[in-house]
Design a binder for this molecule. Sequence first.
Ligand code: HEM
Ligand code: HEM
Length: 282
Amino acid sequence: MSSPATSAPVQSFLLRHDFLIRRLHSLSGLVPVGAYMCVHLLTNATLVGGASVFQDKVFTIHSLPLLPVIEWTFIFLPIIFHAVVGVWISRNGKSNLQQYPLSGNRRYTWQRITAYIAIVFIFTHVFHLHGWFQNEWWLKNIAEPLGMAKFRPYNAASSLASALEGPTVIAGILWSIFYAVGVLACTFHLANGIWTAGITWGVWLTPKSQRRASIACALFGLFIGAAGLSALVAAKTTKVDAAVKIENEMYDARIQSHSITPDDHKRSAPHTAEEPKPVPVQ
Ligand code: HEM
Ligand code: HEM
């Protein structure tokens, strides 16, 4: 915890630049964080089409050059910035409630409640699935004992399904509830956030345009929320063994066509492709 002496200059810096910081916070919520979440949930929803469709999308993402740099620049750092400034606005910033004449106080309060749920969800979710350090030592000593980093890009659907199953039935139910609440909270936060951002940026200022924007944002929220929930249902109903078989065939095909190089850290299942059968000696 910082002492009052050290936090005072920081506080006064933030208060002096309140306008700019709020604009940057608003922008980061829309782009890249909001945009990323939409793409992420829509990509995950392709699992509804089956393990091969989802695997195809994950191969594409994991073939991007400098993936960690892209992730840090466009995902992690903007989320951290948005979250830290968001917490600061909630606790110390001036209330901007008077900016939203038509919004009930309830929506304003829920924007903050869902923000706190989003912090807990995103933090836990990333440690649950994202393979931060895909090396033997990390996986064996840290990730596996803590039940983290369960997602393996070359076994996308099956490793996602196993991670959401958890070690027991109860754990599986708790993960489902956790993900459903997280997805719905993040979706509400984005949909309502787009509406408040429209006021922040002066896009809809009259009562009539705000009412129309409210409906559009609600429809958008329903669409993205449905995509997120269908991804969850698809993951929960994926048959792990059948998915592993499909994924391994796709992996072999890509190795043979040299579009990927073998990487055991990205795979969870043993190589199950059948060896060519020896020709019987007459
Ligand atoms: C049903 C819901 C969701 C599913 C099935 C899901 C699935 C996944 C998977 C499989 C990964 C690992 C990707 C990888 O390592 O390549 C991941 C990472 C991540 N997810 Fe989600 N996710 C869901 C909802 C969300 C939501 C609502 C957010 C909010 C913004 C979110 C944010 C992230 C972030 C920040 C990462 C790490 C970034 C990265 O891996 O590049 N996820 N998710
Ligand atoms: C990680 C935890 C998060 C925290 C602590 C947080 C915090 C906040 C807070 C406090 C506000 C209200 C600002 C105000 O009324 O002045 C807000 C607005 C917003 N947030 Fe978040 N947020 C988080 C995650 C997200 C995510 C994942 C997204 C996108 C999916 C997002 C998108 C937005 C948008 C678009 C706004 C509206 C900005 C505006 O009114 O101008 N936030 N956030």
